[in-house]
Design a protein around this ligand. Structure first.
Ligand code: GDP
Ligand code: MG
Length: 177
């Protein structure tokens, strides 16, 4: 007989937002499955993926939601945001246009979810050093002005990917406990 499943102490819904092709699906694939898709299409991706973390001896399930490419049509629904307690707002450091879109995503997030949703601004694709269009300092300054956490990541070479997700989960946990 299988052992009963032990319930997690906490379940946090966390949403991935940001312009199309910034690497949201690959950040989740890297974090949850240690996978990377060099030529992924925006339709690839699961509705959400659950990842277990242990903080302070408490088991936390992070239920991380990914868009199925709806952001391309500016059609991320309110159901996507409902109940979210955390968000990763991702831009691509090699495409300034995606950084310019951050304000619009923040408005959308705050329209559809609690004002206190723990949010980290994530500058992804740091491996593209020679194509960088947004400096680390600019990302940091925007995050500071908006009261967000900040981190630069690469889903390709894995740098800071786990740290970005863990930052959000730890902060949510510390607010609740
Ligand atoms: P999404 O539309 O935001 O979900 O973006 P995807 O995860 O589908 O990624 C879009 C494209 O960028 C794909 O071709 C990925 O392989 C690529 N990509 C994602 N993350 C990185 C990264 O950290 N570095 C590089 N060089 N490419 C990346
Ligand atoms: Mg995607």
């Amino acid at each position: 007989r299988p052992a009963p499943l032990s319930p997690a102490d906490y379940l946090f819904k966390i949403v991935l937002i940001g312009d199309s092709s910034v690497g949201k699906s690959n950040l989740l694939a890297r974090f949850a499955r240690n996978e990377f898709y060099p030529n992924s299409k925006s339709t690839i991706g699961v509705e959400f993926q659950t990842q277990k973390l242990v903080i302070d001896g408490k088991e936390i399930k992070a239920q991380i939601w990914d868009t199925a490419g709806q952001e391309r049509f500016r059609a991320v629904t309110s159901a996507y945001y409902r109940g979210a307690v955390g968000a990763l707002l991702v831009y691509d450091i090699s495409r300034r246009q995606t950084f310019d879109g951050v304000g619009r995503w923040l408005n959308e997030l705050h329209t559809h979810s609690d004002m206190n949703v723990v949010t980290i601004l994530v500058g992804n694709k740091t491996d593209l050093k020679h194509a960088r269009e947004v400096s680390t300092a600019e990302g940091q300054a925007l995050a500071e002005a908006q009261g967000l956490f900040f981190m630069e990541t690469s889903a390709l070479d894995s740098s800071n990917v786990a740290a970005a997700f863990q930052t959000v989960v730890k902060e949510i946990y510390s607010i609740l406990s």
